[in-house]
Design a protein around this ligand. Structure first.
Ligand SMILES: [Zn+2]
Length: 74
């Protein structure tokens, strides 16, 4: 995954999804979701993607489980 447009607005939940995730993205903390390929937990930030463990991921906003179905991934 080199480039992702998360298309967060397509989740239809501005208060629950768009706002908290975008805010966390821009303040540098990023957000967490499962990799659509290997299902591992990934943290997405402005600096890129990195693996993250379950405990650490609890402190961050979470992508909806079906995020990869709505996102554009290249
Ligand atoms: Zn993966």
């Amino acid at each position: 995954m080199e480039w992702i447009d998360f298309k967060l607005e397509l989740h239809g939940d501005p208060e629950g999804v768009d706002k908290p995730l975008i805010q966390s993205w821009w303040n540098g903390h990023g957000f967490v979701g499962h990799c659509p390929v290997c299902h591992g937990l990934i943290r997405f930030t402005t600096l890129g993607m990195s693996a993250i463990d379950e405990d650490e991921s609890q402190t961050l906003p979470q992508l909806p489980s079906h995020w990869a179905d709505l996102a554009q991934i290249a």
